[in-house]
Design a protein around this ligand. Structure first.
Ligand SMILES: C[S@@+](CC[C@H](N)C(=O)[O-])C[C@H]1O[C@@H](n2cnc3c(N)ncnc32)[C@H](O)[C@@H]1O
Length: 292
């Protein structure tokens, strides 16, 4: 190994340790702890180290960029769902969007949460969720009818929300490759077949946030999830997204961001652009914005 390679590997391992990523003997990631909290740190390290090597860039792109999971913990899904049902109770159709949807975990979490709280006769009011992502590869998974999930999280979802994930995810098998790599965060990650009723509740397409917002024909009946994506976008693009959100989203509609977006002050910007937090009883609910 030449010095350059050793130095790169040392940096790579140091950074991985710092981020609480551990590898097994085949250099496959065997566990990732608190990676969401570490993303801003990772980003600044990544900027410093990215010129070292393409593999590093690939690592960052695959492990971090598409990272998502069912019932992502930054939101209180129960409070959000209950608010949506009550807030739109007199409205015939609620249009839900998951912009930057990754493999679909977010859109499916929304759909499961609604299914658990409304009768079947109301499914057509809330579905299909329109989901989009810019990444063709991750959309192949979203459209495959299977999805990766961490079985360790199922117990947490059952405890927090009283939801049995086994009813929605069946036929456990090996995890699916994302962007050509096995980036399964832990050995507990497997792929599951999505139950047909859930699969039918979400429609995926390749598109980007700005294109979708510009096309939005909102009448104050939308729930737009645009979460944990802003730090990946250029400053100019973010400004345009916020300008478009302000002009296209009508009074009463919701715009939901993620914890990771706080590093770009998206919440503060939305508050100064005609949005408010309708639910403020806890930290997680400060990610939910409503157009005044
Ligand atoms: C970290 S994931 C977030 C997934 C999900 N929203 C969540 O919070 O769990 C970010 C996703 O944004 C997508 N993305 C990045 N730039 C985008 C853009 N301009 N338009 C749509 N999707 C984008 C990436 O491909 C990736 O799948």
């Amino acid at each position: 190994m030449c010095n350059y390679t050793i130095s790169f590997c040392n940096n790579y391992i140091k950074l991985a340790n710092f981020l609480f990523i551990s590898f097994n003997k085949n250099m496959k990631i065997s566990s990732v702890n608190n990676i969401q909290n570490k993303q801003p740190v990772f980003n600044s390290c990544f900027r410093r180290y990215s010129y070292f090597s393409k593999p590093f860039e690939h690592f960052a792109k695959t492990v971090i960029r598409n990272s998502t999971n069912f019932f992502r913990e930054d939101l209180n899904w129960n409070d959000l769902t209950k608010y949506i049902i009550e807030h739109f109770k007199d409205i015939k159709k609620v249009n839900a969007y998951s912009l930057a949807c990754s493999d679909g975990s977010e859109a499916y979490s929304y759909a499961i949460s609604i299914m658990e709280n409304v009768p079947k006769s109301l499914y057509s009011k809330f579905f299909p969720v329109q989901a989009c992502d810019i990444d063709k590869e991750v959309l192949k998974i979203a459209n495959s009818g299977r999805i990766n999930a961490d079985s360790m999280e199922f117990a947490l979802i059952s405890k927090n929300y009283n939801i049995l994930m086994d009813e929605y995810l069946k036929d456990r098998d090996v995890s699916i490759l994302i962007n050509g790599d096995d980036i399964s965060g832990t050995d507990e990650i497997h792929s599951y077949k999505i139950a047909p009723s859930l699969k039918n509740s979400v429609e995926f397409k390749q598109s980007d946030i700005l294109t979708e917002l510009k096309k939005l024909n909102d009448e104050g009946n939308s729930v737009i999830m645009c979460r944990n994506v802003f730090p990946y976008l250029s400053y100019g693009y973010v400004d345009e997204v916020l300008r478009t959100a302000k002009s296209k989203i009508k009074s009463g509609s919701l715009f939901v961001i993620g914890d990771y977006d706080k590093s770009r002050n998206i919440g503060e910007k939305l508050l100064s652009e005609g949005f408010f937090n309708p639910l403020k009883n806890n930290e997680q609910n400060s990610l939910i914005f409503e157009r005044k």
